[in-house]
Every structure is written in structure tokens, then in C-alpha cells.
Unconditional design. Structure first.
Length: 115
């Protein structure tokens, strides 16, 4: 895989953030983002055994992507909800009710129907 230059990385990050925010704006939705720290990222990648893969995941600019989404959401006045990462796959961050999963493994809020 060809190495991306810094400008290309930033461009890719901004385009991705723009797509996410415009989709949320189109459906009048809220963007829910987990509050993560550098320690959280280290814990996430600790389970990977490949010594070359771990640093690449850590350096993948996850925080940069999240910050780009937040900045773009402010620009378009799209609400961003920062949620605690604990039980985020089980509890809807908006309604605080259980998320139900179908056979397709897509979670739907049992109260509001958001997916």
C-alpha cells in the first residue's frame, strides 16, 4: 500500500468528517462519539499480537479524525454527544435504554428506533 503524505491524510480525514456530518444533518441526527484517551487507545490495541500492527493502529490518527468530526459538526451546527465508552454497544446514549440486535448485527434503540 502506498504511503500517504500528510496533506493527503488531512484531506482524507476532512472528507470523511464532512460525509459523517452531512449525513447527520440530512437526517437531523446527533453524532455520538465515545470519550477516549491515549490510555484507552493503548488498551484497545493491547490485544493485537502483531508487534508491527500495534504501532500502526496507535498512530492511525483516531483522535485527529474525531476532532475533525467535532469541528465540522460545529461548522454545520450538528449536535455532538460525548458518551462514556462503557456499555456503549448495549445502551442507547440518547434514551439510556437497551439496544436490540437483529440477526444482521445492527443495533436498534428499543425506544426511539435509531440505528
Amino acid at each position: 500500500m502506498e504511503k500517504l503524505r500528510e496533506g493527503e491524510k488531512r484531506d482524507y480525514r476532512m472528507k470523511t468528517a464532512n460525509m459523517i456530518v452531512r449525513d447527520a444533518l440530512r437526517i437531523r441526527g446527533v453524532i455520538a462519539i465515545e470519550r477516549i484517551s491515549g490510555d484507552d487507545i493503548r488498551v484497545m490495541i493491547a490485544r493485537y499480537k502483531n508487534r508491527r500492527l500495534r504501532p500502526r493502529i496507535y498512530q492511525s490518527a483516531l483522535k485527529g479524525e474525531l476532532n475533525a468530526i467535532i469541528d465540522k459538526a460545529r461548522e454545520y451546527s450538528v449536535p455532538v454527544l460525548m458518551v462514556d465508552p462503557r456499555n456503549t454497544s448495549k445502551t442507547c446514549p440518547l434514551h439510556r435504554v437497551t439496544i436490540e440486535y437483529g440477526e444482521d448485527r445492527i443495533g436498534i434503540c428499543s425506544k426511539g428506533g435509531e440505528g
